[in-house]
Design a protein around this ligand. Structure first.
Ligand SMILES: NC(=O)c1ccc[n+]([C@@H]2O[C@H](COP(=O)([O-])OP(=O)(O)OC[C@H]3O[C@@H](n4cnc5c(N)ncnc54)[C@H](OP(=O)(O)O)[C@@H]3O)[C@@H](O)[C@H]2O)c1
Length: 240
């Protein structure tokens, strides 16, 4: 029987690694013994450093430059065998309250940049014996909610992407996973008019999501966690 140690000491790319879920995942993967290349626009707020964590600054919403950046990233880190794509943000409201530019901005970051990452990474991953592509969906990937039209559209689409790539890539040893958290206690809500309730039973911790990612990427190579849903024990939302 194959043992999980065969998967030790890998190099992972984690987007959104300056904050919240991505940062917790980066820390957990480093603690698991892996190397991490973290991507975000601004690491000045990130109180974390480790010799096996490298921060790379990039604006993933800049789709014009993204393909070249990704090519350079792979050239600089040819040992990458897994990617956890967490960069994303929330913007909520009735659809007519969005400008066309705001719609485009959210879709570019939450969806198109993830597809570009997959496009750039998969040819490389398909040459490896085992690799992981982990996408951060949401409970908003599973059911549409009030004021969430654009956000839900991006997350539903990510679920379609994950399911299609799961089929496309399995024969080449690429494991594709979608993780769908409910409300997670992160700075995601700093600019929003709602947040999870204050009790620990009202939110998932970023470290809980990181534990799920650790389970996924450290699993026996022949096993895939297709999709993981995790949510607070009690759903309470604070408005205002
Ligand atoms: N919190 C929740 O309740 C929850 C629930 C389900 C799913 N999610 C999903 O989880 C993911 C992470 O969210 P979070 O809760 O961890 O929020 P967060 O703490 O605000 O983190 C978002 C991360 O994305 C990065 N980012 C944002 N715009 C970027 C850009 N244009 N280019 C590069 N990086 C960018 C941010 O870094 P910089 O600002 O430094 O660029 C930050 O590292 C998102 O995809 C979100 O949709 C969150």
């Amino acid at each position: 029987m194959t043992d999980t140690n065969e998967m030790a000491q890998r190099c992972f790319l984690v987007t959104g690694a300056s904050s919240g879920i991505g940062l917790a995942i980066a820390r957990r993967l480093v603690a698991d013994g892996h190397d991490v290349v973290g991507i975000a626009r601004d690491f000045s707020k990130t109180a974390y450093s480790h010799e096996r964590f490298q921060a790379v600054v990039a604006d993933l919403a800049d789709l014009e430059t993204l393909p070249d950046r990704l090519q350079r990233l792979l050239a600089d880190h040819p040992d990458i065998s897994g990617a956890v794509l967490c960069a994303g943000r929330g913007h909520f409201g009735n659809l007519e309250e969005f400008s066309y530019a705001q719609i485009r901005e959210l879709v570019d970051l939450n969806l198109i940049s993830q597809i570009y990452f997959a496009r750039a990474l998969l040819p490389h991953f398909k040459r490896l014996e085992c690799s992981d592509l982990v996408l951060l969906g949401s409970e908003a990937a599973l059911s549409g909610g009030r004021k969430g039209a654009v956000y839900c559209a991006t997350k539903f689409a990510l679920r379609g992407l994950a399911q299609a790539l799961r089929e496309e890539c399995a024969r080449r040893g690429v494991r594709v996973t979608l993780i769908n958290p409910g409300m997670v206690h992160t700075p995601f809500f700093d600019q929003l008019s709602f947040r999870p309730g204050g009790s620990p039973e009202n939110f998932v911790l970023p470290e809980d999501v990181a534990s799920a990612v650790s389970l996924v990427v450290n699993a026996r190579p022949g096993t895939v966690y297709d999709e993981i849903n995790l949510s607070p024990l009690k759903r309470v939302i604070d408005f205002g």
